[in-house]
Design a protein around this ligand. Structure first.
Ligand code: FPP
Length: 238
């Protein structure tokens, strides 16, 4: 690919971080920060639609987050359930396709059903795909992709000589069919990828900001997009 400057990224992904600290600064419970964080998801979704971004994905809950206190996990899951129920009509109105990616086996039946219903209802919307990574980790994704490939091919003739290619692995990731992120944003001053989309971010541009997630609204998102538009992407070439 030739060297190119970028205007609007096709896929923006966000590691939403700092809800707990935002709440603590206000003498509140962590859940208060998560609630305000949902408002930031809404604001960023609105701007993404306005800007013609095709995919907006957010890391809402990692596999590691299952080790948080039970009350916080339950609160977050309730919040997720409520947000999906509340936002579904808005998704329909704005042509937003809603998707959730992750290990669903640990989610409650009720949440799984709500997710499933919303995904089915919005599956033909084409302005923007809003993708929530829930109970997700990058290593989990790579391992499940490799296992899926093995299951599907191990019985075939000559399986012993089979070599898996990068394309084979990508085709079995939970993100298959979704373009790799052009821009990854992480809020709250943490400079890590924290077992997020490890494979898919090989050539992604990173943008780190000290702003805590509940304060990351349209103006802050626009700033990240402006920074991205000035980056030169060479994809390893000169
Ligand atoms: C990180 O802040 C935030 C999370 C782990 C949860 C984010 C989830 C939401 C905002 C709800 C999303 C809902 C929908 C519908 C997408 P933290 O708790 O790690 O904050 P800290 O680092 O300050 O402790």
């Amino acid at each position: 690919m030739a060297s190119e400057k970028n205007n609007v990224p096709e896929h923006v992904t966000i590691i939403m971080d700092g809800n707990g600290r935002w709440a603590r600064q206000r003498g509140q419970e962590r859940l208060y920060g998560h609630k305000e964080g949902v408002e930031s998801v809404r604001a960023c979704t609105e701007l993404a639609v306005e800007k013609g971004i095709k995919y907006l994905s957010v890391f809402a809950f990692s596999e590691e987050n299952w080790d948080r206190p039970v009350a916080e996990i339950e609160g977050l899951m309730q919040l997720m359930l409520k947000a999906i129920t509340m936002e579904t009509p808005t998704f329909q109105k704005n042509g937003v396709r809603f998707r959730v990616i992750g290990d669903f086996s640990r989610l409650s039946e009720k949440l799984r059903k709500e997710i499933d219903d919303c995904m089915k209802l919005t599956c033909n919307n084409s302005n923007l795909q809003l993708i929530i990574f829930l109970s997700y980790s990058g290593k989990w994704d790579i391992v499940q992709a490799a296992n899926k490939f093995m299951r599907e091919n191990s019985e075939k003739e000559g399986a012993g000589q089979l070599q898996m290619t990068a394309e084979d692995l990508a085709a079995n990731l939970s993100t298959a069919g979704i373009p790799d992120p052009d821009l990854l944003i992480r809020t709250s001053g943490e400079l890590r990828i924290s077992n997020y989309m490890l494979w898919q971010t090989a050539y992604t541009e990173y943008y780190f900001t000290d702003i805590l997630w509940p304060d990351f609204r349209k103006t802050e998102f626009q700033q990240a997009l402006d920074t991205y538009s000035k980056r030169e992407r060479r994809f390893g070439k000169v």
